[in-house]
Design a protein around this ligand. Structure first.
Ligand SMILES: Nc1ncnc2c1ncn2[C@@H]1O[C@H](COP(=O)(O)OP(=O)(O)O)[C@@H](O)[C@H]1O
Ligand SMILES: [Mg+2]
Length: 241
């Protein structure tokens, strides 16, 4: 489904990903782990074609993803429909004047029938337990509520792959366990989940695989999730705990 081959990415002159090689199959649930600044967010931005590699190849479902491939508005829309991104900072993701519009936005862009838009929007609002907030301005919500709305807007598009950047940050324990169960259910329903996290306790049971980045922006381990989080010595050595 997803193949990254010898990918490097540099911000101006600051390296953020160094020769990354990853293959991801349909239906996987993967945690992206590493110390601050190791490249987790950059990795997710690259998967979402927000940035493009300076070196190497990114293949999504047999198509090489680069600026040229996504130049056409239709190709870009189709790509973002298949792969959804829940930003670390919900404020950067929410821009409509009501919660309802926020979740409906992508569906309107896809020019679906009004009935279908309403149905999918309400279903997702209910699934994330924010249907009562539908007429609120996203700006006035709590951090946890914003996160739920951002997730609802991604799920409304019914993407095959869902990427999330530290979704547990700033969420209360109840919200965290809700999110954990949601990720498990989504993965069971066949969605591929790729999630940057360092919240190992709350997120137990979600991931089968962990990809670990080091401070020098390389992948240093790609292993079963359980093996990685059990290996305290390894996690300490690389400043992850
Ligand atoms: N917009 C940017 N401009 C310059 N450097 C950046 C930018 N975003 C991230 N970086 C740098 O790239 C490296 C990787 O960052 P990031 O992917 O955000 O790491 P993580 O998500 O693991 O904390 C860090 O050294 C960071 O300082
Ligand atoms: Mg980050």
């Amino acid at each position: 489904m997803i193949k990254l081959e010898n990918i490097s990415f540099t911000y101006k002159n600051k390296i953020a990903l160094d020769n990354v090689n990853v293959h991801i199959e349909d239906g996987e649930a993967i945690a992206i782990i590493g110390p601050n600044g190791s490249g987790k967010s950059t990795f997710l931005k690259l998967l979402n074609a927000i940035i493009f590699p300076n070196q190497g190849k990114y293949i999504f479902d047999n198509i090489e993803i680069n600026e040229h491939a996504l130049k056409d508005a239709m190709a870009l829309k189709l790509f973002h429909k298949r792969l959804g991104f829940v930003f670390q900072n919900s404020d950067a993701q929410l821009f409509c004047s009501t919660v309802f519009e926020e979740v409906a936005f992508g569906l309107i862009q896809m020019q679906l029938e009004v009935e279908e838009i309403n149905k999918r929007t309400f279903d997702c609002l209910k699934l994330l337990n924010v249907d009562k907030l539908k007429d609120e301005h996203p700006y006035n919500l709590s951090g946890g509520e914003k996160k739920r709305v951002a997730i609802a807007s991604v799920l409304a598009m019914n993407p095959e792959v869902i990427t999330l950047d530290e979704p547990m940050n700033g969420i209360d324990p109840k919200g965290k366990s809700f999110l954990k169960e949601l990720l498990i259910a989504l993965n069971k329903s066949g969605k591929t989940i790729i999630c940057a996290t360092h919240d190992f306790e709350y997120i137990k049971g979600v991931f089968k695989r962990a990809i670990v980045f080091s401070e020098d922006h390389k992948i240093i381990r790609d292993d079963r999730y359980e093996n990685v989080i059990k290996d305290k010595e390894f996690l300490k050595k690389y400043n992850i705990i």
